[in-house]
Design a protein around this ligand. Structure first.
Ligand code: SF4
Length: 427
């Protein structure tokens, strides 16, 4: 029996696509290999969103060159955001790679496939479902629209029937994915939106929870906020990247909103969904970002108090508007200093937010085990660990919090909140 191995880095979209690639291979009689050395076919699912990610991909490709020399029969393929329109240039740069195929596609040399053949046979408790591919926004720093193309939404019916099938196979939570989920549906007949999709999915029997990412502050609507507030399975967690707390920088980033708009949006969300948890993304050291402009970001983050902040130093990506038109003029050491300031600030904020949960009972969906402890998430996306000898996979469990940190919580099992849904084929 032939073996496959998939190496993945990057965002949740890449992880979702790798889950489906694995299913594609298994449907064709392949088995997962424990290591790349034991595989007959290796697929690298690449990310180039920052230089550091691209370096890791290139290093991996160089390592695999040696493996290919040792095993000339090995098939090596690359997908993900490294793939641009010039595959001939990629082939020249990496002659030992047999195939390059676009992100979201399936190995074309192995024949045509249908979407039901690529659904994971045994999905994780929390499973990703891509709902829209590509992005039409062209934020000035971002390579994604050049690599993943323009927006293309999947029809609601297709997503709902896929969700039902995933639940039948054991999933209990669905995480809807898109580069900008707020754009969902504008290219479909009848122009449904994310709120409509959430309403349909909320009615899927056996599904416990729904999540979605990522939102765009310029596109998020009151209708969506209402849907989150009123649909019982939709978790109170929103990922809303702000990127900068300064209007001139936001303009140079081509984000199409102001700090004032962002602040108002957060106020409205918190008013409508008081228990909401919020995550954001920030880029520091964008071209010409002054100390004062950086302080604008620091002040906004202190004022709004996010549950999670993902911070990155600006990394010019060849071909983007920013790389073409703006000089990368903030020294690397200064980017690191700004990054550290935000990390430290956020550590303090998250410590405080999570400490408020001390002694409280939270409901988590148990997703698996890490180092012998059960692991799950609250509706607000807090990671919680507890110890117990029972089998709690896929259960909603009530946990009394006994220890908190900025990154996770620990507690004691009080009770299983609702009956578990058994996986297909189990007694
Ligand atoms: S919204 Fe902006 S940052 Fe997000 S994928 Fe599209 S272009 Fe990139």
């Amino acid at each position: 029996m032939p073996h496959y191995y998939i190496w993945t880095i990057g965002c949740q979209m890449n992880k979702a696509e790798s889950e489906r690639l694995a299913s594609f291979f298994e449907q064709r009689g392949y088995q997962a290999a424990a290591t790349a050395e034991k595989a007959d076919i290796i697929v690298l699912n690449s990310c180039v969103v920052r230089q550091s990610a691209e370096n890791r991909v290139v290093n991996k490709l160089h390592t695999l060159k040696q493996l290919k020399k040792l095993h000339p029969g090995l098939t090596l393929a690359v997908t993900g955001c490294l793939i641009n329109s010039d595959t001939a240039a990629l082939k020249r740069a990496f002659p030992h790679v047999d195939y390059f195929f676009k992100p979201g596609d399936f190995p074309p040399w192995l024949g045509k496939t249908t979407s039901d053949q690529t659904l994971p046979q045994s999905p994780p408790v929390s499973v990703y479902v891509p709902i829209i591919q590509g992005c039409n926004n062209f934020c000035s720093y971002c390579i994604v629209p050049y690599r993943r193309g323009r927006e293309k939404s999947r029809p609601i019916d297709e997503i709902v029937s896929e969700a039902k099938e995933l639940v039948r196979r054991g999933a209990r939570e669905i995480v809807l994915l898109g580069q900008n989920v707020d754009s969902y549906g504008h290219d479909l007949p009848d122009r449904p939106d994310l709120a409509d999709l959430l309403t349909e999915l909320n009615a899927v029997d056996g599904l416990a929870r729904l999540r979605f990412l990522t939102n765009h502050p310029k596109d998020m609507t009151r209708k969506l906020i209402d849907a989150i507030a009123t649909r019982d399975k939709v978790c109170e967690h929103i990922s809303l990247p702000v990127q900068s707390g300064n209007d001139a920088i936001l303009k140079a980033m081509k984000r199409d909103y102001t700090v004032k708009h962002y602040r108002q949006l957060i106020t409205e969300i918190r008013h409508r969904i008081p228990e909401v948890a919020l995550s954001t993304d920030v880029i520091v050291g964008f071209p010409s970002e002054s100390e004062e402009q950086f302080q604008g970001t620091v002040n906004l983050l202190s004022e709004l108090g996010f549950d999670t902040v993902h911070v990155a130093g600006y990394s010019p990506r060849a071909g983007t508007i920013a790389a073409r038109e703006l000089e990368d003029n903030i020294p690397a050491a200064e980017k690191r200093r700004r990054l550290k300031i935000i990390e430290q600030l956020q550590e303090g904020i998250a410590t405080e937010i999570n400490a408020r949960l001390m002694g409280q009972t939270v409901e988590i969906l148990v997703e698996g085990k890490t180092k012998g402890k059960w692991r799950g998430r609250t509706r607000s996306d807090k990671l919680v660990f507890f110890s117990d000898t029972g089998d709690h996979l896929g259960q909603l469990a009530n946990i009394r919090i006994e220890k908190t940190s900025p990154w996770s919580l620990q507690g004691k099992l009080e009770k299983v909140a609702r009956p578990e849904i058994r996986r297909e084929g189990e007694e």
